[in-house]
Design a protein around this ligand. Structure first.
Ligand SMILES: Nc1ncnc2c1ncn2[C@@H]1O[C@H](COP(=O)(O)OP(=O)(O)OP(=O)(O)O)[C@@H](O)[C@H]1O
Length: 232
């Protein structure tokens, strides 16, 4: 579904990606984990079509990032892209008009699972950070796409709600879709991952099948993370 070959991206003298490689099959749920500044968001932005200048090759379903691939992707960025002065209703309307694949019924079902009850007239700015993030997750997952890209989806969400969010991600994801989740919350997210890539200084320093790590090495993904990064 996604191939990254020898991917380089610099911002001035700063190398954000430095020979990053990935080969991800359809249906996988990939955890992309690494220290601050390791290149996770930069990689997600390239896949999402938000960064167009880079060296190396990126293929999404055999195509370079373009308008066609953008339509196959639902992207939850690490920045808030919605005007906070808009109401919940206006935000939903924006999604409905912008994305043909947005399913409003599915959106409300997800909100219900997340236990979010809202007045449509409430402005986003009037809501807490965590509730705004839950709405953004629901908007992202209510699209029927082949690839979900979630950058720090759990930021600002309380520990009880986080477990519901994680279940909701898997339940909402369409069959045969693929998901990439960049997060520091390795211990919390690992139960839904099929694959994990550890990234440091813009390149992969470990690419594992999660089941193999658990069964063959007897390690959790969090322990594997600590093993790799405490020696890095
Ligand atoms: N627009 C930009 N301009 C300049 N430097 C940037 C820009 N975007 C990213 N960088 C730099 O590229 C490197 C990788 O950043 P990136 O945001 O991809 O890391 P990250 O792994 O997502 O970090 P974090 O976990 O802290 O969110 C960092 O050194 C960062 O400062």
């Amino acid at each position: 579904m996604i191939k990254a070959i020898d991917l380089f991206k610099s911002f001035g003298p700063q190398k954000a990606l430095n020979g990053f490689e990935l080969n991800l099959k359809k249906g996988e749920i990939l955890g992309l984990h690494g220290p601050n500044g390791s290149g996770k968001s930069t990689f997600m932005k390239i896949i999402a079509g938000g960064i167009l200048k880079y060296d190396g090759e990126v293929l999404i379903d055999k195509m370079s990032p373009s308008l066609i691939t953008k339509n196959k992707i639902s992207y939850l960025s690490d920045n808030n892209l919605f005007p906070d002065g808009n109401t919940v209703q206006e935000t939903i309307e924006f999604y409905r008009h912008f994305y043909m694949d947005f399913d409003m019924d599915h959106f409300f079902q997800i909100l219900q699972k997340l236990n979010v009850n809202l007045s449509m007239k409430t402005k986003l700015i009037e809501l807490s950070k965590g509730i705004r993030q839950l709405i953004r997750i629901a908007l992202c997952m209510a699209r029927d796409v082949e690839l979900y890209l979630l950058d720090e989806p759990l930021a600002g969400i309380d520990p009880i709600a986080v477990e519901v969010v994680i279940d909701t991600l898997v339940d909402s994801m369409h069959e045969k879709s693929t998901m990439i989740i960049a997060t520091h919350e390795v211990a919390i997210i690992e139960r839904i991952l099929t694959r994990v890539i550890f990234i440091k200084d813009g390149h992969s320093c470990g690419d594992y099948d999660c089941e193999e790590v658990r069964l063959n090495e007897g390690l959790s993904i969090e322990s594997k993370y600590k093993e790799i990064f405490s020696h890095a």
